[in-house]
Ligand binder design. Structure first.
Ligand code: CMP
Length: 146
């Protein structure tokens, strides 16, 4: 399946050394890594990424946290069957207090404002977010192994 999703390790996840764990869970599940970068996102990128939340009281703090550069973000594109939905299952509930054990958030965090990771919530979001974070030519790689 060519289904793809955007998954990010947010600055708190990078700072806490959780990048390899999160990548490892997706690899071991059998999903294919087709895009990977480490960056401090611009305000413009973060504003656009979270545009749907622009009216929320936590929006400014969220964008500041993502962009302040105290730690970078690891952005990824993962490909495979039902990866949009299953990626969200693997991350766990947005509010870690509701995330089950065995999920990334359920295993590693408790605060909704520091929930370690992000995953696209729909096919439309995945397409938008992959385009935003991996817009450059060749940044998403089609590859197959035998
Ligand atoms: P994420 O999956 O990146 O999608 C939107 C983000 O907004 C979410 O994870 C949280 O980090 C953040 N968020 C959502 N609700 C709140 C809240 N009540 N307070 C602070 N941050 C929030």
């Amino acid at each position: 399946s060519k289904e793809r999703t955007f998954i990010a390790v947010k600055p708190d996840g990078v700072q806490r050394g959780l990048v390899s764990d999160i990548i490892g869970r997706f690899e071991k599940r059998g999903y294919k890594l087709v895009g990977l970068k480490l960056l401090v996102p611009s305000k413009a990128l973060a504003n656009e990424h979270y545009a749907d939340l622009s009216s929320k009281p936590f929006f400014k703090g969220l964008v500041d946290y993502m962009t302040n550069g105290k730690a970078p973000v690891v952005g990824m594109v993962w490909e495979g069957p039902s990866v949009i939905k299953q990626g969200r299952v693997m991350l766990g509930a947005t509010d870690p207090k509701a995330a089950g054990p065995g999920t990334i958030r359920g295993d590693y965090c408790l605060s909704i404002g520091r929930n370690i990771c992000h995953g696209s919530d729909s096919a439309e979001s995945a397409e938008k977010e992959i385009g935003l974070w991996f817009g450059g030519k060749g940044e998403v790689v089609d590859w197959t192994s035998n």
